[in-house]
Design a protein around this ligand. Sequence first.
Ligand code: FAD
Length: 335
Amino acid sequence: MEIKKNISLKPFNTFGIDVAATSFVEVKNTDELKLVLSSNELPLLILGGGSNLLFTKNFNGLVVKNNLKGICVESENESEIYLKIGAGEVWHEFVLYCIENGYAGIENLSLIPGNVGASPMQNIGAYGVEVKDVITEVEALHLKDFSLNTFSNEACDFGYRSSIFKTSEKGNYVITAVTFKLNKQAKINTSYGAIDGELKRLEIVNPTIKDVSNAVINIRSSKLPDPKIIGNSGSFFKNPVISEAQKNIILANYPDAPNYSQPNGFFKMAAGWLIEKCGWKGKRIDNYGVHELQALVLVNYGGAKGSDIYSLSAQIIESVNSKFDIKLEREVNIL
Ligand SMILES: Cc1cc2nc3c(=O)[nH]c(=O)nc-3n(C[C@H](O)[C@H](O)[C@H](O)COP(=O)(O)OP(=O)(O)OC[C@H]3O[C@@H](n4cnc5c(N)ncnc54)[C@H](O)[C@@H]3O)c2cc1C
């Protein structure tokens, strides 16, 4: 294990922001993790793939890049398999491994950047599936007493882009492994409109999980900027959840406003639509801006400062608030 000093974090965040970290170390197992943590007195950042972060300044502390690998079959029967996956495994590679082996459940979450360890953090979701639907347990090391704890699905208190690790236990744990329950008999979920359309376009009538994954990959690649080409962190904001009364006020003025009813009587509005209606879509300021195809995505065209992108996000929040009386929340973690 080598502790590097004063290194650039540019290769370690998909926004491609060039800030420095005082110290940086990559850990491959829990013993290395404990060793590093027990001798550290600096502010700490646990890093996965860096795809849900915006650095607005240098990080004056220790960055621990979680590279805990491993795929382990915990148990299986004719219809299900339980897999325990190291936090440092790359999410999309894990998805491809499942597809290769015929384990269904996460094919709709194809091509989401980042690592397995971060997937429970914000309960990643896409195309009608959330990772909470397949997580049975999360293993995490307490950052103070170094105890290894197991959180059941229920104990994780998953919500929309949220879990206990982003709320009451924020900053208290490093996730070391995640256990998933996957189906050996595929239960295909193509209810999310665009998937059905893409499968039709491909003339696939009885899709396999590989077909669904490919359809999702095609849709995502056509809509979202590739971070290797244009720096970004995916959706910068969460879709706001509002009351029925508030939704009706918006619909009175904008009958086409996309909205999705929630189980609790509330409605989820499309943040991208709200931002677009405020005129931000495709707006470019110097070397950063709002993506031309997806207003939810803020982008770094090269060499932008995180603080500028943060200011842009503040202007967008202000503008949506004054037009629609809705306060957008950032999905991306700001540092
Ligand atoms: C092009 C693009 C598309 C995206 N699409 C989606 C999408 O469809 N759905 C979706 O939900 N998200 C999406 N995202 C966001 C992102 O990919 C996910 O949130 C992903 O899970 C982040 O993983 P990461 O390893 O990169 O986390 P990082 O960015 O490295 O970390 C994110 C946060 O989690 C913490 N963290 C990371 N690993 C651990 C760990 N092991 N233990 C404790 N804390 C940890 C970090 O400290 C940080 O606070 C997208 C991002 C991009 C760039």
